[in-house]
Design a protein around this ligand. Structure first.
Ligand SMILES: [Zn+2]
Length: 628
């Protein structure tokens, strides 16, 4: 997913349908996988999931069946254990052939706040399938149910899922770990007039029975199964690309994301074929907690990047890059998360260089580094390294810029050691050789040693790899980004603050969103309240429609004690649910007793508009816990 910003290939795919067999895990990798799932993946693995679900907006519930086709790794296994979170289980059955079903005994274990409850189903010796009849609960952490008032059209309700990292289990009983990959199909019944979309092959009409049907023929990890239902229209933007959105937003979205086919082609030229068929983008209501989520074939995106100037399309570059890093080659456990996000961030910057020139890529690299330092300032040291010494139980609780930006710095440094040509060939090989597989950090290191370090000995040492992966500090030999354009913003701001120039001399009219971000990111504590208030008076920042500039501005205004902005900041916190934009404001408010009271009061007022994942993140901040 994005921390922020943002039909030809079918021939490949037919030849390479799901061969998702992971190598045996060593002890570290096993412990990493086991930290977030109850499932007995060393005995039984799901290879296909068939969902048959009804969407009930009145009750905020999905109900129906999930049928899992299983591969028995250990022939002596007598049970399959699935992950669930807040699910009502009505019945479980098993089958040998998918035709005759027998009722099977099950137990639902004690529920843990983070991991949910294990669903243990007795498995007869020759059974190859289990079918679970169930319903989700209204509080399902992986689903958000929006009343009409929280949509753009205000007429119809909307619902969407967010399964990463371990929220899929709140709407599908399954082996909810990225170590297991399965193909899936689904039938989804919606209220009349509403459309269902999923991360799969779709049809533009429901079938004769009124159900929307879906098929994902490539094996994917559980966190990439995604569903949204609402008043959703579609507009094509290219031969393989298009946008889904509420009808009132379609035109703007199609303009903003109009370059997607070209982006896709650039990625293919550099890193190999796009293997997923179509690439569409679904624009969600503003409560979506992330910038984007790389659900295969259908990226879910925040509307906060639709600014009319295509300046925030790096979100698309990021989510599109996940079609290689993350979706094609997936982190085997959440302690290997950097394999998804570090690779993707590195590819995003490379893609930005190709799309808009290196000056633009470098601007975003510098802002990324600022973000990394910001995260490190409020994270425990154990979370500074790419791989934690103990795997996190709740991946959301340690979510931060570290896997993204430190991961990017690591790969940027490797590129500098081996040269771009050799490193690009290495990356392409990594994607090809691990396509549709889940990989561990250990496998990455072994591949690096085999394909690069052995070919060019002496360039990289074990101690250096250890410094990147396991030590907390950013290595002092890191290759850090640099942007002349952003340095200029720093000079201009500092000249104004020190009285060398006037506010009118700032070339702010020409600044893009990144330059504004830099202006605020590096605002020194020594700037006076009067200076900060002058900015608002001059540039009407509290009224800006650009959600990214607004977040950066409100943080600075709050930090400098500008109480006049609080009503506007509160209104903003109630209109956007993207964590990257709202968390810094809550965190800033928490620094004074008065601000803390205001943060608590604001949150109580606006929380019903937030996704559960965002609610949990804000609550951690209000409790004063560390975190991204
Ligand atoms: Zn991402």
């Amino acid at each position: 997913m994005t921390k922020y910003r943002f039909l030809a290939a079918l021939t490949m795919l037919a030849a390479s349908l799901p061969t998702a067999y992971a190598a045996p895990l060593d002890a570290t990798a096993s412990a990493n996988v086991a930290a977030n799932t109850y499932s007995n993946v060393q005995q039984v693995r799901t290879r296909h999931i068939a969902l048959d679900l009804a969407v009930d907006f009145k009750k905020s519930v999905l109900s129906g069946t999930a049928t899992l086709e299983l591969e028995r790794i250990d022939p002596s296994a007598t049970q399959v254990i699935l992950d669930t979170q807040d699910l009502d289980i009505a019945k479980t059955e098993t089958s040998v052939d998918g035709e005759v079903w027998l009722k099977a005994p099950f137990t639902l274990g004690q529920s843990d706040e983070v991991l949910g409850a294990p669903l243990t189903i007795t498995l007869p010796a020759d059974a190859t399938r289990v079918r679970v009849t169930y319903a989700s609960k209204p509080q399902a952490s992986g689903l958000q149910w929006l009343p009409p008032a929280q949509t753009l059209g205000k007429k119809h309700p909307f619902m969407f899922s967010q399964s990463e990292s371990i929220h899929g289990r709140s709407w599908i009983p399954m082996q909810d770990t990225p170590f297991v990959r399965a193909t899936y199909e689904a039938r989804v019944r919606t209220p009349k007039g509403l459309r269902a979309v999923m991360s799969a092959e779709m049809h533009d009409k429901p079938d004769a029975s009124g159900a929307w049907t879906f098929k994902m023929p490539q094996a994917i990890p559980s966190y990439l199964i995604a569903l949204a239902v609402g008043d959703i229209g579609f507009q094509s933007t290219g031969p393989r690309t298009g946008v889904y959105a509420e009808p009132g937003l379609l035109k703007k979205a199609a303009y903003e994301f109009g370059e997607t086919e070209r982006t896709l082609q650039l990625m293919e030229q550099a890193f190999g074929p796009y293997r997923w068929g179509r690439y569409d983008i679904l624009v969600l209501p503003p409560s979506f907690p992330f910038g984007g989520m790389e659900n295969p074939r259908l990226t879910f995106a925040t509307p906060t990047v639709i600014t009319g100037d295509r300046m925030l399309v790096s979100l698309v570059s990021h989510e599109l890059a996940h079609s290689w890093s993350g979706n094609l080659v997936t982190n085997a456990s959440w302690n290997d998360f950097w394999l998804n996000e570090g690779f993707t961030e590195y590819l995003t910057y490379r893609l930005l260089d190709m799309q808009f020139g290196q000056a633009r890529g470098d601007m975003e690299r510098v802002l990324g580094l600022t973000d990394l330092k910001g995260s490190m300032s409020h994270l425990d040291k154990i979370d500074w390294s790419l791989v934690r010494s103990t795997p996190p139980k709740d991946p959301d609780a340690v979510y931060s810029s570290v896997p993204y930006e430190r991961g990017n710095l690591f790969l940027t440094w490797l590129e500098a050691q081996f040269g771009r040509g050799a490193f690009d060939a290495f990356l392409r090989g990594w994607f090809d050789d691990h396509a549709f597989q889940s990989a561990t950090t250990g496998e990455f290191v072994a591949y690096l040693q085999d394909k690069l370090m052995a070919q060019q000995p002496g360039k990289v040492t074990q101690a250096q790899l250890d410094a990147w992966l396991h030590q907390p500090e950013i290595p002092d030999f890191a290759v850090l980004p640099h942007s002349d354009a952003l340095n200029k913003v720093d000079q201009e701001r500092d000249a104004w603050l020190s009285g060398k120039t006037t506010l009118d001399a700032l070339p702010a009219k020409q600044w893009n969103v990144h330059e504004w971000q830099q202006f605020f990111d590096n605002m020194p504590a020594s700037a006076t309240l009067e200076q900060v208030q002058l900015l608002d008076a001059r540039y009407k920042l509290s009224q800006t429609h650009n959600a990214i500039i607004a977040s950066a501005w409100f943080r600075v205004a709050i930090a400098h004690g500008d109480k006049a902005v609080l009503p506007a900041a509160q209104h903003y916190l109630g209109s956007v649910g993207r964590m990257r934009l709202i968390s810094p404001l809550y965190r800033e408010l928490m620094k004074t007793p008065e601000g803390k009271a205001y943060a608590e009061q604001t949150y109580a007022k606006v929380k019903s508009g937030y996704n559960v994942i965002a609610q949990q993140a804000v609550e951690r901040i209000l409790k004063g816990e560390s975190g991204g």
